[in-house]
Design a protein around this ligand. Structure first.
Ligand code: DGT
Ligand code: CA
Ligand code: CA
Length: 573
């Protein structure tokens, strides 16, 4: 899909330039939309172009079709080249720095000629930014903080991105005759929300051939290390991948070792020592005579240590080893337990698909229900619904529901929590919905107390069922807003409000530790994919990963209720 990705990048950049030029928002959204569609499209754009069916792609009108054609035919786009003369590509990279929006990027470029992130940092350190119009000391400090986040982002990737990259590599290596077993290991196997590097483990008696293939993978941009049993590459997405090859009789021990976490491993090793055993990536050995007593099977190693099998998502040394000893491990929620999705956008607001298209896709995923939760009016930029359009959508859903079998659409809204904690849809209308999720989308920089009170007020509203993306973080782009999450958890318990696990790869919010704490306080969690198009319904898997890392069992998750039980539960608040 390389052409799709290339074209998506051109359209993304066009949208960014237009933003800097303060162009019409609908024009900008059209380019953003086609970029996102291209990135997620399962077919090659060239194939569609050749069959003359570009106009069947959602969001492709004559103007965009012409541009796709020109790009495919000539490899260039006149319109884009012209735009770049006004705003160089380096300036666009500034937009990736948290706290630098289109207005500031334009300001910095025009006033100080800043066209790289490095120049921005130098200017901020020399305090050249604070005297610019509309800036100030505080604004400059915010940019320096943004630059720190920007640099961190380069280091850790969201689970969703790393997992797709890893699966691509596994798919290349798995068919090799020399490969006996292959598995993802490290933080990726533990399904951590961000991933430092990808770890892959293979068992084989002929490691040379595998290494040869690995360092020559089409994904490999650079080979960082090459050895007989251990090599490292850097992919074109700048993700580091470690491959280790061990003999088949060490598979379990190596998988245990390289899955980690390091803290979990250290704890296991200490237990082993007390039992006069030695444990490493090759096996478990008796201290007295170095006799190997296990290695091939991971489960067996836990058994020898007197432990129940511990799921990779739990291996963080957060009490799982004690629980395994006492036979009190949670029975983690599984993919088949998921009966529905609580957070989906449609083309009524900023989603790309119609309600009908989404319900068909959800039905294929075996769901019993989905909640349609478009934005409310304060989110102009996302085409938020006012009362009139919400009522129209309610009617539409009621109509569609009549024709559905086996699945029900819940009438919902992602209602905006305004700066004073009130909601931007009146109770009289919220009352008519099946489900209300409430979220903060502005005023992130309020003081801790004010933000917490804002969420309290929302949770005290009798119609609010779920608080969406409770901390507001966007991985690598925006830190969580300054709220007291533990207090939010307590208010959620008192008000009988569920907290969302937003499964969108860049949010992953709440995160695992808070989920575990919510569970301990008797708060229900609800996974929402926050899908803006059909393919993103699959992000549910990432939400499930957080749920499992937060020790959730079936009973702790709203998504596991059957439709009837859910209805009863939603009426309760
Ligand atoms: P990451 O890559 O930062 O997201 O996190 P991990 O957990 O994947 O860490 P990584 O890639 O450095 O190492 C993979 C696993 O290998 C790690 O979870 C545990 C194991 N491991 C690596 N180095 C050591 C070590 O020095 N001691 C022990 N006990 N285990 C290690
Ligand atoms: Ca790793
Ligand atoms: Ca590694």
């Amino acid at each position: 899909m390389t052409k799709n990705i290339e074209l998506a990048e051109v359209f993304t950049n066009i949208a960014k330039i237009l933003k800097i030029q303060n162009e019409n928002i609908f024009k900008i959204r059209a380019y953003e939309r086609i970029a996102e569609t291209l990135e997620n499209m399962p077919m090659e754009i060239e194939t569609i172009y050749k069959t003359g069916k570009l106009d069947e792609i959602p969001g492709v009108g004559p103007a965009i079709a012409q541009k796709i054609g020109e790009l495919l035919e000539t490899g260039k786009l006149e319109y884009y080249e012209k735009l770049k003369e006004a705003i160089p590509t380096g300036v666009l990279e500034l937009l990736n720095v948290p706290d630098v929006g289109p207005r500031k990027a334009k300001l910095f470029y025009e006033e100080l000629g800043i066209d790289t992130v490095e120049k921005l940092e130098a200017a901020a350190l020399q305090h050249q930014l604070q005297s610019l119009p509309g800036m100030g000391k505080k604004a400059e400090e915010n940019i320096l903080r943004g630059l720190e986040l920007y640099k961190k982002r380069e280091q850790r990737r969201p689970l969703g991105i790393a997992l797709l990259a890893a699966e691509g590599i596994v798919a290349e290596l798995k068919p090799l005759a020399e490969v006996a077993q292959i598995s993802i290991a490290g933080s990726l196997r533990r399904r951590k929300d961000t991933i430092g590097d990808i770890d892959i483990l293979i068992t084989s008696l002929k490691p040379e051939n595998i290494m040869e293939k690995f360092v020559n993978l089409p994904q490999a941009k650079e080979v960082l290390a090459e050895g007989m049993t251990k090599s490292t590459i850097l992919t074109y997405q700048d993700i580091q991948v470690d491959l280790r090859v061990v003999p088949p009789d060490s598979f379990g021990a190596a998988l245990l070792y390289f899955t980690g976490s390091q803290a979990h491993n250290i704890h296991l090793r200490e237990m082993a020592v007390k039992q006069r055993l030695k444990i490493n990536e090759y096996g478990v050995f008796q201290s007295k005579d170095d006799k190997k007593i296990a290695g091939e099977n991971e489960q067996k190693i836990y058994e020898i240590l007197g432990l129940r099998y511990i799921e990779p998502e739990l291996r963080e040394d957060r009490g799982e080893i004690e629980a395994a000893l006492n036979n009190r491990l949670p029975v983690l929620v599984e993919v088949d337990d998921i009966k529905g999705d609580f957070h989906i956008h449609t083309n009524y607001s900023d989603g790309f698909n119609t309600i009908e298209e989404i319900v068909v896709a959800a039905s294929k995923r075996g769901y019993q229900y989905i909640a349609i939760t478009d934005h409310s009016q304060s989110l102009h930029i996302a085409g938020g619904l006012d009362e009139e359009r919400l009522l129209e959508q309610i009617k539409r859903i009621e109509q569609i529901n009549q024709s559905l079998e086996g699945i029900t659409i819940l009438k919902g809204i992602e209602v905006d929590i305004k700066s004073d904690g009130t909601l931007d849809i009146p109770d009289a209308i919220l009352k008519r919905l099946d489900i209300v999720i409430a979220a903060i989308h502005s005023g992130f920089k309020q003081e801790r107390k004010q933000l917490t009170e804002r969420l309290r007020k929302a949770m005290e509203n009798p119609y609010v069922d779920i608080i969406a993306h409770p901390t507001g973080r966007i991985i690598g782009y925006r830190e969580a807003y300054d709220i007291d999450v533990q207090e939010i958890i307590q208010i959620a318990a008192q008000t009988n409000t569920a907290l969302e696990i937003n499964a969108s790869p860049e949010r992953m919010d709440l995160s695992d530790i808070y989920v575990k704490s919510a569970r301990e306080h008797g708060v229900l969690l609800a996974i929402g994919s926050d899908a803006h198009q059909i393919s993103a319904l699959d992000h549910m898997a990432y939400g499930l990963a957080i749920a499992r890392r937060g020790w959730l069992e079936k009973e702790h998750l709203l998504n596991t209720l059957s439709f009837d039980k859910l209805q009863a539960r939603l009426k309760k608040k």
